[in-house]
Design a protein around this ligand. Structure first.
Ligand SMILES: [Zn+2]
Ligand SMILES: [Zn+2]
Length: 225
């Protein structure tokens, strides 16, 4: 292999096609040095921004003509990184994601209704949890509560209580009971929540009974978002 002339240059001894001064940075490109590559990328991004319609037409044409190649490519790439990146984006831009989802659902209602229906069928437990939570939240909001316990907190509390009703030990139909009822000014935060079965919850009605205290159970309180 041919050594580089300058000796301390690790990248290459070929000069950038653009500026013809700096060596090509083969890690990033096989044409340019790093500086020129950045300029190219910037120019490209600007072009895309200013010619959105033409670019999307061109991309669509490419997609139609190379559909098999593209499908094959997507089948083989490692999706974990992309998933992680998208999750980060979702966490950082909840409003943008919601807005985009709303637009998509409006444009193709049947398609998206089908998708959510399938998700609900495949994730029944989670789906019921979410539904129950939104009902509870709405009820609490009507009472003027601004902070709400999260599903993670509720699941953590259930685990601590061995997934049992704190009064009778029943393991089915557990509900999140407000120790101090919302109707008499109780909060909707996890410190005011205990798992009771449906019948114990109904019997307790608007009394304030702290079964957690009786059993010496402490809840974990997470950060509220
Ligand atoms: Zn250059
Ligand atoms: Zn019970």
């Amino acid at each position: 292999m041919k050594n580089t002339v300058s000796g301390d240059n690790q990248m290459s001894d070929k000069l950038c096609f653009d500026c013809k001064k700096q060596p090509i940075n083969f890690e990033r490109s096989n044409r340019c040095c790093s500086t020129c590559l950045d300029i190219r990328i910037l120019r490209q991004n600007n072009y895309v921004k200013n010619n959105q319609e033409a670019v999307s037409k061109c991309r669509h044409k490419y997609y139609i003509n190379n559909i098999d190649k593209i499908k094959e490519y997507h089948k083989n790439i490692d999706k974990t990184k992309a998933r992680a990146r998208y999750k980060k984006y979702r966490d950082e831009n909840p409003d943008k994601v919601r807005e985009r989802k709303r637009k998509c659902t409006e444009a193709k209602p049947e398609l998206y209704a089908g998708i959510s229906k399938r998700w609900r069928q495949n994730n029944l437990r989670r789906s019921n949890e979410i539904l129950a939570k939104s009902t509870r939240k709405r009820r609490a909001e009507l009472r003027g509560c601004k902070e709400h316990f999260t599903l993670d907190e509720w699941n953590e509390l259930l685990k601590k209580c061995d997934y049992k009703c704190l009064n009778c030990g029943n393991t089915t139909k557990l509900e999140a009971d407000h120790i101090i009822p919302l109707s008499v000014g109780g909060n909707d935060t996890i410190d005011n929540i205990q798992p009771l079965c449906r019948s114990c919850n109904a019997k307790k009605h608007i009394k304030t009974v702290n079964y957690k205290q009786i059993h010496g159970i402490k809840e974990v309180r997470y950060k509220y978002g």
